[in-house]
Design a protein around this ligand. Structure first.
Ligand code: PAF
Length: 281
């Protein structure tokens, strides 16, 4: 595996690739990330991963400084997964000047759910993803990028960005990897104490229960607010601080209408650790 730091080095490394398959990450790789690399590999002729902890997508009080950085283990895992090129820019490589030009996502999709609790998050994500896409795919007629469904709203916002900018990139969603008890794998799980770790699966269970109740409802539009409220109350009673637990239509994350394909999404805090999860139901 070739490790490159600058955009020029990356472009040289990819000079002969016709269809790069790209997995962007912020490092601290777990089985979920590695599954995305395995998924990407047969979809292109050169598998590229990136590791970059993107300051732009963290709010001032969030965990940018303490975000886990596990360089040696990440390189080993990517090498073993058959990644061909690792793009690991330093901050000065990706943001040589303050990044004053930004990619602003459609507020209809980006200002709800995560965007409501993390204002500016999707601008930070879209800006860095556009820069990474330009670094990897400039000059290529086609490419593939694989994003985990664990960050469901992120996948949808990036999908809309790819579509509206007509980027020649097939965007592929990877299924969420879960621990044996059902907890979605996430770098932030590492912040949990032992007791919090045993409790953490309750978020996935709450989404499952909410999803089942939504599917059982004969008048979801009328019933949903109370179902969401009950689900949030149940988690709060266990000591969680709930940001949202909701059922939305998959297509655009708006409140569902009869016949829509549905997804249950949630974000909640255990102590100071904020976890998110979702289930297509
Ligand atoms: O999902 C992530 O790890 C990040 O949001 C991403 C897509 C790598 C952009 O920084």
């Amino acid at each position: 595996m070739l490790i490159v730091r600058t955009i020029d080095e990356l472009r040289q490394a990819l000079a002969h690739a016709q269809r790069p398959a790209f997995v962007p990450t912020m490092g601290n790789l777990h089985t979920g990330h590695i599954a995305l690399v395995h998924q990407a590999k047969p979809l292109g002729d050169c598998t590229v991963a990136s590791i970059f902890v993107n300051r732009l997508q963290f709010l001032p009080h969030e965990d940018f400084d303490s975000y886990p950085r596990t360089w040696d283990a990440d390189c080993k895992a990517l090498q073993e997964a058959g990644c061909d090129v690792l793009f690991a820019p330093r901050e000065r490589d990706l943001y040589p000047q303050p990044q004053t030009f930004k990619v602003q996502a459609d507020p209809a999709m980006a200002d709800l759910l995560e965007g409501q609790f993390r204002p500016g998050f999707f601008t930070g994500v879209c800006t860095v993803v556009m820069k990474l896409f330009l670094a990897v795919f400039t000059g290529k007629a086609a490419g593939v990028a694989v994003f985990g469904k664990k960050d469901y709203q992120q996948l949808m916002v990036v999908r809309q960005m790819v579509s509206q900018f007509a980027l020649p990139i097939d965007l592929v969603g990877g299924e969420t990897c879960r621990a044996a008890d059902g907890l979605a794998l996430s770098s932030r799980n590492g912040y949990l104490s032992e007791a919090q770790r045993s409790e953490a699966v309750q978020l996935a269970r709450a989404l499952r229960a909410l999803g089942d109740a939504a599917l059982a409802s004969t008048n979801l539009t009328a019933d949903l607010p109370a179902l969401e409220d009950q689900a949030a109350q149940a988690l709060r009673a266990r000591g969680w601080q709930v940001d949202y637990l909701t059922v939305r239509r998959r297509a655009d994350l708006q409140p569902p209408q009869p016949g829509d394909a549905l997804v249950a999404l949630g974000a909640a805090r255990l102590g100071s650790t904020r976890l998110i999860d979702n289930l297509e139901i």
